[in-house]
Ligand binder design. Sequence first.
Ligand SMILES: C[S@@+](CC[C@H](N)C(=O)[O-])C[C@H]1O[C@@H](n2cnc3c(N)ncnc32)[C@H](O)[C@@H]1O
Length: 253
Amino acid sequence: MDKKDLLFYQAYEDFYAMACESKAFELFCKDAFGADFSQDGFSDLHQIDMILQNIPEKDNIHILDIGCGNGKMLGYLQKKTGAKIYGFDYSSNAIKKAKELFVKDSEFKEGLIGEIEYPKEKFDLITSMDTIYFAPDMSKFVLQVMSWLKTNGIFFVGYQEGDVIPKTENVKTAVLSQILDNNNIKYQVYDITKQTYDLLAKKREVALLYKNDFEKEGHKDWFDLLMMQTECTTEPFDSFKKKMARYIYVINK
Ligand SMILES: C[S@@+](CC[C@H](N)C(=O)[O-])C[C@H]1O[C@@H](n2cnc3c(N)ncnc32)[C@H](O)[C@@H]1O
């Protein structure tokens, strides 16, 4: 498979090129999400701290992030826990930066969802923030990820419907819930649609604060994109939630 033909491939190459050099974007992430992990989604510090609560307190922990971007979220988890960190992403700009930033106890690879392989029973925790729905076959990919987890390991997923994949009726009908139910996989799920709406509104407010900085850097196109991505918060939450839903899944092996 030629990755250049995949959904948003060039857009992510451009995004990570910008994220790796832009001071305005770094400041935007700090103010909007509580920390700069070069987020292109919704992973604020509150959600990342939920991940931390699912990391066992023992030595020699291995954590994999699917769609890791430039690795900054993994770097934060490593700083907090001392874990060995692994990540993959199809963006070569992102992986190049991750390798520069995090050299100790780390392994970053350029790779594609559905093609990359890891050893079975390798990881204590696998995370995937707003990435799993890029899988060409989500059901197959979920089972593959579960095989990479140790027994009692956790797969932590930030999952959205209404953007890359269509919105279904409710959390029970969500494609990921259906896959897990059909395969008798145990999980807890948290509906964070309202928190996501509030976060998008905050992203919009903070982006407006840094508008001039984006422009001075020659990154007005990214400011415009942030405005477009957050336009949905100009409508009330009741209409927003009819079109979009976001859930956190804590999946147990
Ligand atoms: C919505 S972003 C989320 C990034 C990051 N996890 C976050 O929370 O900000 C999706 C990520 O998945 C990567 N990605 C998209 N499709 C992919 C694929 N088919 N294989 C590997 N990575 C992919 C993108 O480069 C991007 O880093």
